[in-house]
Ligand binder design. Structure first.
Ligand code: ADP
Length: 315
């Protein structure tokens, strides 16, 4: 059975390349007759190289004769090899080794002029890219890099979900709630009517309708009553429950307004600290969300968020 060169077995092929190099293998030491079917009377290194390729079945069955022209094009333009993908490389590989059978000395020539080594170097580069890509994937972005603070109007953002600082009726109101309902259109209200309201600290989800965001997550922040009415915990719950709902809906990017800091009068700095702390804790799970955006309505909110980020980053 033939063996496609894959990212898993690429190492086997590369291992062969250590059997020779263009400088120190003397392929012409022993001359053979051209067109012999017994071409492997070259140097020992070369013989081992060819044997290994055959033993590992890296020669794939395909119409290499009609592909010869294509192979020649690569030979004439070595820089093309550096752009070739793994299956093209395999065809080149096969076509050169096959051709060797009928025209001995051909492969030796390709090795000597560096062409064959370029193919192996390309495989090496493909392998290196693969390893790099996978290392990046397995090391999720730093948590702080997944949080963004911006100034602007949350209704304009191209995100998967926009969070709405709603009231417990979920039927719209002033501030950011009003802005979101206006931008999403009446259908949002129609869907919200069916939700039966929402408790403080909880979150519910609807579609985004005319908003750029696909979803709206409605959460009800606590009204500030001096700080002894469990306000901090309830506000943290708003963020945690909204994020949990987002993950449930495979949402990757989400934008939060500064919940409770408007009509509900929660002190801005304190609210920002709770928001940033709760979100960073949540993002410790690498598979949670790609990006959380805190949307600030004005400079002072922006300053409070950046200050909170700094404080959390230092702890
Ligand atoms: P709450 O009743 O929870 O206090 P508000 O809507 O009154 O909600 O205010 C929450 C925060 O949202 C405030 O900081 C306010 O400045 C901000 N805000 C108001 N409109 C927008 C908007 N369009 N985009 C982003 N933030 C907004």
């Amino acid at each position: 059975m033939s063996n496609q060169i894959t990212l898993e077995n690429i190492d086997n092929v590369l291992k062969f390349s250590t059997l020779f190099s263009s400088q120190d293998c003397h392929l012409y030491d022993i001359q053979t007759e051209p067109l012999t079917l017994e071409p492997y009377a070259y140097s020992q290194e070369f013989k081992r190289f060819i044997d290994a390729i055959y033993a590992e079945n890296f020669i794939i069955p395909f119409d290499w004769i009609s592909w010869q022209q294509e192979a020649n094009r690569f030979e004439a333009n070595p820089e093309l090899i550096n752009l070739a993908d793994i299956s093209t490389i395999q065809k080149l590989f096969t076509s050169h080794v096959r051709q060797e059978r009928f025209c001995s000395g051909r492969l030796a020539q390709l090795i000597n002029n560096g062409h064959f080594l370029t193919i192996l170097q390309r495989l090496q580069a493909i392998r290196a890219d693969f390893i790099l890509e996978n290392t990046e994937k397995s090391q999720p972005k730093n948590i702080m890099q997944r949080i963004k603070i911006i100034q602007g109007d949350i209704t304009q953002l191209q995100v998967d979900a926009t969070v709405n600082a709603a009231n417990s009726s979920l039927l719209g109101g002033g501030g950011v709630d009003g802005a979101i309902h206006r931008a999403a259109g009446r259908e949002l209200l129609v869907e919200c009517r069916q939700l039966g309201g929402c408790e403080t600290g909880e979150a519910k989800i609807t579609k985004g309708y005319n908003l750029p965001a696909k979803w709206v997550i409605h959460t009800v922040g606590p009204v500030w009553e001096g700080g002894n009415q469990n306000e901090d915990v309830l506000l943290a719950n708003c963020y945690a429950n909204s994020l949990a709902l987002a993950v449930q809906y495979q949402i990757k990017t989400i934008a939060f307004p500064a919940i409770s800091t408007g009509v509900y009068s929660f002190p801005m700095e304190r609210a920002c600290k709770i928001a940033v702390t709760t979100v960073t804790k949540f993002l410790e799970n690498p598979n949670s969300l790609e990006q959380v955006i805190f949307v600030c309505f004005g400079q002072s909110a922006y300053n409070s968020y950046t200050q909170a980020m700094r404080e959390v980053a230092e702890t």
